[in-house]
Design a protein around this ligand. Structure first.
Ligand SMILES: Cc1cc2nc3c(=O)[nH]c(=O)nc-3n(C[C@H](O)[C@H](O)[C@H](O)COP(=O)(O)O)c2cc1C
Length: 254
């Protein structure tokens, strides 16, 4: 199965029933899309064997399974296995992607440990100069801008709703004032094609090479409403990145 897909009702029922079966005692299960997060009261090896079967049934690669303690006394099991997605198979709603407030922009170099990430809510995806691109906007006050300037790549990582608070933390505080990534508990991981890291918890990672930037020029604000976003005249710098690779969670709907 290529690309991202939202399992149909039948598939969802099958998954839900199968998972319930291994959790009969009592069958407490939260199975919700799009992040394919499941909650088990008890976790038995049986449950994991069953998951394995489900994945094989759907001809999906068995993903990394991540276990996390949960204060309610159970465990979250979050499938973290992301698969490469060919750009032409990549399906995403570009409005939801940005509006979900669940996206991190990360720039820098994973190997040297010099990178920073911040929450982003404005941007676009498309085709420019015959290449697929992701475009972001960064105000000069952001510490992340230093990394966007110094390094030639960045990632855009979209997270399941479960991680929303952690993602928003990176949008509230600055990396200039301390190690906010460590504070968030999110895990940077090496990218496949670029120096900037992605994040293990993400359900979608776009790896980009910087190809163009331009400072926003207020002379071009045709709609007067736009001015209101810049009371301090700290106009964004616009960056275009060529999308080099996309990795996504097969079961996520975007
Ligand atoms: C939901 C959300 C979306 C944001 N979108 C952007 C954005 O697109 N561009 C931007 O410059 N700042 C944006 N910010 C603000 C930065 O994420 C925030 O100032 C962050 O603390 C900067 O961190 P840094 O100084 O470590 O780079 C956003 C914040 C939030 C909460």
């Amino acid at each position: 199965m290529a690309g991202l897909f939202l399992p149909g009702r039948e598939t969802q029922n099958y998954l839900a029933e199968s998972l319930c079966e291994v959790n009969k005692n009592p069958p407490r299960l939260f199975f919700y899309m799009p992040s394919f997060l499941t909650f088990f009261d008890t976790v038995s090896s049986d449950a994991f064997n069953r998951l394995d079967t489900i994945y094989r049934f759907y001809d999906m690669t068995v993903p990394d399974v991540k276990y996390r303690d949960n204060s309610a006394g159970g465990y979250y099991i979050h499938m973290t296995g992301l698969k490469p997605i060919k750009i032409n198979d990549f399906m995403a709603n570009p409005f939801q992607i940005w509006q979900r407030e669940a996206m991190l922009l990360c720039a820098g170099d994973f190997e040297s440990g010099k990178f920073n990430a911040m929450t982003v809510g404005w941007g676009s995806l498309g085709t420019m100069w015959r290449k697929p691109f992701a475009q972001v906007v960064v105000r000069p006050s952001r510490y992340t801008m230093k990394f966007m300037e110094k390094y030639n790549s960045f990632t855009l990582c979209l997270f399941p709703d479960e991680y929303r608070e952690k993602v928003l933390l990176l949008g509230r505080i600055s990396g200039r004032d301390g190690d906010k990534i460590a504070q968030s508990g999110l895990s940077p991981v090496k990218s496949e094609t670029i120096a900037a890291p992605g994040f293990k918890e993400a359900e979608l990672i776009m790896e980009c090479t910087k190809i163009y930037f331009q400072d926003m020029d207020p002379a071009g604000f045709i709609d007067p409403e736009i001015d209101r976003d810049y009371p301090e005249n700290d106009f964004h710098r616009i960056y275009y990145g060529r999308i080099e690779a996309v990795h996504g969670c097969e079961t996520c709907s975007l």
